[in-house]
Structures are given as C-alpha cells and as structure tokens.
Design a protein around this ligand. Structure first.
Ligand code: GRF
Length: 234
C-alpha cells in the first residue's frame, strides 16, 4: 500500500505538477489531496485536472491555532500520512508540525541555511543570492519545524550562478532542478515511512555534477546528470 500525501501550495504549483507527473502505479507514495490558502492558486486547477481532492483553508486574519485545527481535521478525514509543501507561503501551525514529526517536507530555492527565513521567498531569494556574489545556488529540501526554513535538510542540489544572471534566469535554472529533485526526495521519504523508519539525509557525492549518488539506480543518476548538464552548462 502506498503512503498517502497532501501537497500544500499557494501559487502556480509547478512543483506540485512535477510530483503528480512522477507518480506511477509503482510509486511508493500517492498524492490524494491539495491544500491551499488561496482560492485563486493555479495549483487548484492542476489538482482538478489530475482528479486530486482539494481544500481551500484560508489563513489571513485567522489565529494559527484555528488554522491548525481545521487543517488537522481535514488531514485526518482524508487519512494523510505525509505533507509536501510546494510553494506554500504560510507558517505551518505548531499543532500540525507536532502531529507529523519528520513527515513534512518543504522545497526552498536556495542552499539553506543561507538565504532562508521569513520573507525569503520567490524573487527575494534569488536577488539576495546574486547580491551576495555566491557562485552556487540550488534547491534545498528540508523537514519542516515551527520556524521558516530551519528544519533539518534532506537533500540539496548545487546549481551554478552564471555571469549575467538575473533573478529570473537564476530562478528558472533552480526551478528546473527542483522539478527533478523534489519527486526523488519525496519518494525517498515515502519509502522510509512505509518501512517505519526515519528518512536519512541524501548526501552529495562525486565531483559536483553527480550530486545525488544515494539515488543509486543508473537510470535516475543519468536523468539527473543529463538535466544538470542541460540546464547548467556554461
Ligand atoms: C519554488 O521555487 C519553491 O522552491 C518555493 O516556491 C516556488 C514554488 O513554485 N518554495 P511553484 O508554485 O511550484 O511553481
């Protein structure tokens, strides 16, 4: 039986789409619910197209405890085991964090612990990376705790910052890698949850290019390497 997951998204949901696209009958996890705080979120249409149940849980102007209660009751009703944040811009209520220990992942578009925290989202992140003069950026997938972007890291994938990059060009390069990394990391967590153990951090290996050696099958390694070369060649 596959592990059940809910995706939380506030925006367009291209990461949500990449998670949906990765699913096959053999997948260790199954996305059964999309939760959003915004009725106009593009992710809602993607869920409807994929036949995934949706719930809008408004956050603005409400106490966090109340949002937590509503969220937990929906997650319980639909029997969700894992939560994947994909461009969800709200703090996860402490009651939800406590109910899902090491079962909530977030994707952040920079190499945490740098360039994270409240207010560090979207173009703000990429502007800060460029202003710092960093030569690498790339997505981080981390467990969610009660703060923004401070939970322990599950996977990262370095992506070069190139001469002449703008926040948009850097965002696009990082996003193309997000779409590969997040489904792989989610499957890694699904397998751990199915086996009743905690998911180990996926460690970088090799000399910069093949950084995801723990996904040891050759086809996956080639897919990652090919995507890295296609998006990041100088
Ligand atoms: C991504 O860059 C992700 O890293 C961040 O929010 C963005 C969401 O993009 N948390 P999308 O809605 O998945 O296209």
């Amino acid at each position: 039986m596959s592990v059940t997951a809910a995706v939380f998204a506030s925006g367009g949901g291209s990461n949500f789409q990449s998670l949906l696209d990765r699913q096959t009958v053999e997948s260790p996890g199954r996305i059964i619910l999309l939760i959003t705080d915004r009725p106009e979120a593009g992710a809602l249409k993607r869920a409807e197209a994929a036949g995934v149940a949706t719930r809008v849980i408004p956050v603005r102007g409400r106490a966090l405890e109340e949002v937590g209660e509503e969220t937990l009751s929906v997650l319980e009703e639909i029997s969700v085991q894992v939560i994947l944040l994909a461009g969800y811009l709200r703090l996860i209520p402490p009651s939800v964090v406590r109910a899902f220990p090491r079962r909530i992942l977030n994707i952040h578009p920079a190499l945490l612990p740098a360039f994270g925290g409240k207010g560090m989202w979207g173009h703000h992140v990429h502007e800060a990376v460029l202003a710092s003069g960093a030569t690498f950026s790339g997505p981080t997938i981390h467990f969610v705790d009660e703060e923004y972007d401070t939970g322990s890291i599950l996977a990262q994938w370095p992506v070069p910052v190139l001469a002449g990059d703008t926040p948009d060009s850097l965002a696009a390069r990082v996003l193309s890698v997000e779409h590969i990394l997040y489904p792989l990391a989610a499957d890694h967590l699904f397998r751990a949850v199915a086996a009743g153990r905690s998911a180990e951090r996926l460690s970088p290996g090799g000399a910069g290019v093949r950084v995801m050696n723990d996904f040891s099958d050759e086809a996956t390694a080639q897919q990652i390497e090919g995507a890295f070369k296609a998006c990041c060649k100088q």
